[in-house]
Design a protein around this ligand. Sequence first.
Ligand SMILES: Cc1cc2nc3c(=O)[nH]c(=O)nc-3n(C[C@H](O)[C@H](O)[C@H](O)COP(=O)(O)O)c2cc1C
Length: 148
Amino acid sequence: MPQTANLLRLVYASRATQEMSFTRVLTIIAKSRSANKVRDVTGMLLYDGGIFLQVLEGAPESVRGLYAAIERDPRHHSLKVLFEEPTKTRLFSGWSMGHSGATAKDIAGLPGMSDAFLDGHDLDRLGETQVRTLLEAFRKGALDLQSA
Ligand SMILES: Cc1cc2nc3c(=O)[nH]c(=O)nc-3n(C[C@H](O)[C@H](O)[C@H](O)COP(=O)(O)O)c2cc1C
């Protein structure tokens, strides 16, 4: 994908229908990787304390189409788009779907992050400024991103 392409970055949070085991999260990621390669979508997924936080980036129609499918997935509910922006560059260019083991506590510990998440389970209350801080932390490698 050339750097000049018009891309969309979308970040949402959701609540898991049931508490997810690590294995079940990795199953979602493994399936996502092959499907996202086909759509040329990149991003990352983190799960902590019943909350998913996912970043999707790619051609706007690909991201919106994928989000529409993800939205219907019964494994989670109460999806909330935290942030959406047009961009020309990918933050997760090497990841058809990276997995972050970062926890809400790790996120609360980032500089500039408010106290709102200190109880550890409020990722879906991140505001736009905080999502930007979070994305910047991923970009700098301050939060881990792993291949599963
Ligand atoms: C939190 C969460 C994140 C997901 N992320 C992706 C993803 O990045 N890519 C993907 O293809 N499917 C993802 N899925 C799975 C989709 O919701 C859906 O199962 C998949 O697109 C297959 O849909 P289909 O059975 O209608 O073909 C995710 C599911 C959940 C619960």
